[in-house]
Design a protein. Structure first.
Length: 264
């Protein structure tokens, strides 16, 4: 069975394709000739007739074969359009139903009824899965040139980011790398990580500042931290970060303390 998000993506793609087909068919039918086509087989010969409302049928000679073809195309397009529109209606209804969370149905039940029911999907598992669907990660358009991969198999930009990703992975912290995050002022940022505390269901932006002994880099890092704060992201409240210099590398013990304090 396809995973929930994969099935949903396929359904959305199919709806988009059906809508495009619907658009093309309607455009063709708008320019189609009036009337319907009737074919009469006589021995090895086929005769074409056109029917128009309120008129007698009219024979179409070979010179009018283009008109016969246009009428045949019209009949075909009409039948296909009815199938396409029926599938669109069904697909959109199914997509609406997929927006209903199975876990939400369980959570909406009274506690006394919940005690009598075994949910199909554990609440935390369902929440994490939906969180990943909403935050796919790897959305930074800037290409990753380094061939450095996390334990989860995804490319990252530096060895320090690999260390961080692996720490989150080993501690079973749901994370996505370089997600798209909309800020209060309408801008988009691509932080290094977005992390989820499953217990509190709180998400944290995580940035690692890796060249803090560079005056230019540290100035930009300071500006970035201030920008997060201006948009409601304060350290320990939706925002976490770590730093290093060439002489003081990333301290994994410090990161582990951050994980314990904010993410478990």
């Amino acid at each position: 069975m396809l995973e929930h998000n994969q099935f949903k993506e396929n359904l959305v793609r199919e709806i988009d394709e059906l809508q495009e087909t619907q658009k093309q068919l309607k455009a063709r039918l708008t320019g189609a000739p009036e009337g319907t086509l009737n074919l009469l087989q006589k021995n090895q010969n086929v005769q074409y007739y056109i029917y128009r409302e309120g008129r007698k049928r009219q024979y179409l000679s070979k010179k009018k074969k283009d008109l016969a073809a246009a009428l045949a195309q019209k009949a075909y397009d009409s039948k296909v359009l009815s199938i396409v529109e029926a599938r669109l209606k069904y697909g959109k209804r199914m997509l609406d139903e997929y927006h209903v969370s199975i876990d939400d149905m369980y959570q909406a039940m009274p506690a006394a009824r919940q005690a009598l029911v075994s949910p199909c999907i554990p609440a935390e598992e369902a929440y994490v899965r939906e969180w990943y669907e909403k935050n796919p990660g790897r959305e930074n358009p800037y290409p990753i040139l380094q061939k450095i991969f996390s334990e989860r198999g995804e490319p990252v930009r530096s060895k320090s980011e690999k260390i961080l990703a692996d720490l989150f992975y080993r501690n079973q912290i749901p994370y996505v790398y370089e997600p798209k995050v909309w800020m209060q002022d309408g801008r988009i940022v691509y932080p290094d990580f977005l992390l989820l505390n499953v217990r509190t269901r709180k998400a944290y932006v995580y940035e690692h500042f890796g060249m803090m002994d560079s005056p230019e880099y540290s100035q930009k890092a300071s500006e970035k931290i201030n920008y997060y704060m201006e948009n409601g992201y304060h350290y320990g409240d939706r925002f976490l970060f770590s730093m290093e210099t060439s002489k003081t590398p990333l301290n994994t013990k410090t990161v582990e303390k951050i994980i314990v304090k904010f993410l478990i």
